[in-house]
Design a protein around this ligand. Sequence first.
Ligand code: PEP
Ligand code: MN
Length: 335
Amino acid sequence: MVIVLKNNYDQVQLDKLTAWIREMKIEPHFTHGESQTIMGLVGDTSKIDIDMLGALDIVESIKRVSEPYKQANRKFHPEDTIITLENGAKIGGGNLMVMAGPCSIESEEQLTEIAMAVKKSGANVLRGGAFKPRTSPYAFQGMREDGLALLIKVKEKTGLPVVTEIMDYEHLPYFKDVDIIQVGARNMQNFELLKHLGRCDKPILLKRGLSNTLEELLMSAEYIMSEGNEKVILCERGIRTFETATRNTLDISAVPLLHQMTHLPVVVDPSHATGKAALVPSMALAGIVAGTDGLIIEVHNNPQKALCDGAQSLTPAQFDELAGKIAGVKAVAYR
Ligand code: PEP
Ligand code: MN
């Protein structure tokens, strides 16, 4: 249930209303916008008499929210969420964040060379996997904590904030200097992991599962937010369809739809969506046109020799060419 308060509501009356709501074991969440204050009620609101609430002096209007996601719901929070990283970089509300780097961290030289190149081209976050979810247990599993140490070293060298994937909440202590923690597609519904991430105060990049609906994605965001962490970034990274010509099918309409459903920032990952480097630039720009708040793109200095996802990795030169087009396309984007 969403209660929109009148512009010049009386604080004493609001305190009385809040106390009464809490007595019913319902938690009010306030959003103070520029022109309006909204109160979102999370809990069993079925017993609330909506007409009685509507008659209160301080109440402008009331809506029942039927969607099962409450805190992620745009009805609760009409303004876009803007997430600011420690170095001041922002995502959401018109701020575009470009994350780029290798699928996997392979060595200090590899990561440094790629980081310097993508920074020069205008990326504002470095990506690099250390804990890798691979289909085969015999494939390269990532450099794990040694990889994370290299990522932090390169963050310090270049000044670029970093994003990297977590697979197990017991690894959280290794992530203390990471700027954005990624939850990969395969873990979108690892609810214990999501709950733990909800208790930390870092931004979480939550990727859509391979065969998950947008509502399921938002329910996973809700797991994180219901534990107190509101800094969730959603990522459309392609879904499984009958088509085999691409690794996944980029659901581009997910971007404007998610913007209707939620106030959280939305990122497009054209690398995992297509699996083919040749398709990445056009799908990245399609994401921008659709109104994405960010891109996450795999870049490798030697894609043929990459230990993971070389076929979908751009070279630094290809990324530079794409980066040059992003600003121009953003100027004509939907949002
Ligand atoms: C990745 O970002 O390297 C990755 C494994 O992505 P996804 O979880 O989307 O497959
Ligand atoms: Mn990858």
